[in-house]
Ligand binder design. Structure first.
Ligand code: PSU
Ligand code: MN
Length: 304
């Protein structure tokens, strides 16, 4: 694993660092908007006084913090999609890949980065009772000390089952300024949360409590910070419902399985919505990067 110089320096000085995911860039957003987005997310972190750590595997080496050439590669090259289990295979053969939430969390934890921003979390797919399709993101959050700021999970997933699994896995979930779990393009799902936070300092205090528990011998655990898309940027709910139905039908007709399912649904929905879902996706991801930067800043301040 290789840390960029600026990430290594920031961590050594106790300055705030925000991990950023690469699968959202390589497989979640279409070219060329994805390159713009990757640069934009990094700028948002920098402009708020923190250090971005975009994470990916390049030529067999997991990287925590990319230079501009690396950012271009994840956006413009055809990258594999790597979960945690793919990391040793890529290392052995010198391969390159974008990292999912699961593998980004894993590498961030190894580097000592405590806060991570993405768009949406992977979760339990509809029909999982027979397909067993549950993202490794959930298990990764159960075992790594990284807080993930996301806009919840997409309504293409089984939102209720995802929340149940997070409960079983003992991953805390807090709503950022909300009592309701968001559903990615929409501010709300049908599911209420147990805990609401309203400030970055409140999240930093939870991270501190986790650190103290771990120092006292508790196992590592992540945190889901569920941050709804701003009200004026959410998708029109009726258009959302229509496109969602079409996407689920298409995925079933295509008979996809494994890691092909999520990228298929994402690109189908961008096309079927005439690009509208993409604008909402970018808006919510930017919002998550902003909140993650505030949390990382509050966390760094609280450890001085
Ligand atoms: N959800 C999104 N956008 C994404 C993904 C999920 O709204 O780009 C990506 C993330 O990288 C996530 C991965 O970790 O899909 C989950 O894939 P799978 O279901 O194969 O675990
Ligand atoms: Mn899957």
């Amino acid at each position: 694993m290789l840390l960029s110089e600026e990430v290594a320096d920031a961590l050594a000085d106790g300055r705030p660092v925000v991990a950023l995911e690469s699968t959202i860039i390589s497989h979640g957003l279409p070219r060329p908007r994805n390159l713009e987005a990757a640069r934009d997310f990094e700028s948002l972190v920098r402009d708020a006084g923190a250090t971005p750590a975009t994470i990916a595997v390049l030529d067999g080496v997991p990287r925590v913090g990319l230079d501009d050439a690396g950012v271009e590669r994840i956006a413009l090259e055809d990258m594999a999609k790597a979960s945690i289990r793919d990391l040793p295979v890529l290392a052995a053969r010198g391969g390159s890949a974008a990292t999912t939430v699961a593998s980004t969390v894993h590498l961030a934890a190894r580097a000592g980065v405590r806060v991570f921003a993405t768009g949406g979390l992977g979760g339990v797919h509809r029909g999982a009772a027979t397909t067993y399709d549950e993202s490794a993101d959930l298990g990764a959050l159960a075992t790594h000390p990284v807080a993930v700021v996301s806009a919840g999970v997409k309504s293409v997933l089984d939102v209720a089952a995802t929340l149940e699994r997070l409960e079983t896995l003992s991953v805390p979930v807090v709503g950022y300024g909300t009592e309701v779990f968001p559903s990615f393009w929409l501010r709300e799902s049908a599911y209420a949360l147990d805990w609401r936070v309203d400030t970055a300092e409140q999240v930093a205090a939870i991270l501190r409590a986790q650190d103290e528990a771990r120092a006292a011998g508790a196992a590592a655990s992540g945190l889901v910070v569920a941050n709804p898309v701003p009200a004026d940027e959410q998708w029109d709910p009726s258009e959302h419902d229509r496109v969602l139905g079409e996407a689920l039908d298409a995925a079933q007709a295509a008979g996809l399985r494994g890691k092909a399912v999520t990228p298929f649904l994402l690109s189908f929905i961008v096309d079927a919505s005439g690009g509208r879902s993409l604008e909402v996706n970018l808006a919510l991801a930017r919002n998550n990067v902003r909140v993650a930067t505030e949390i990382a800043t509050a966390y760094a301040a609280s450890s001085r």
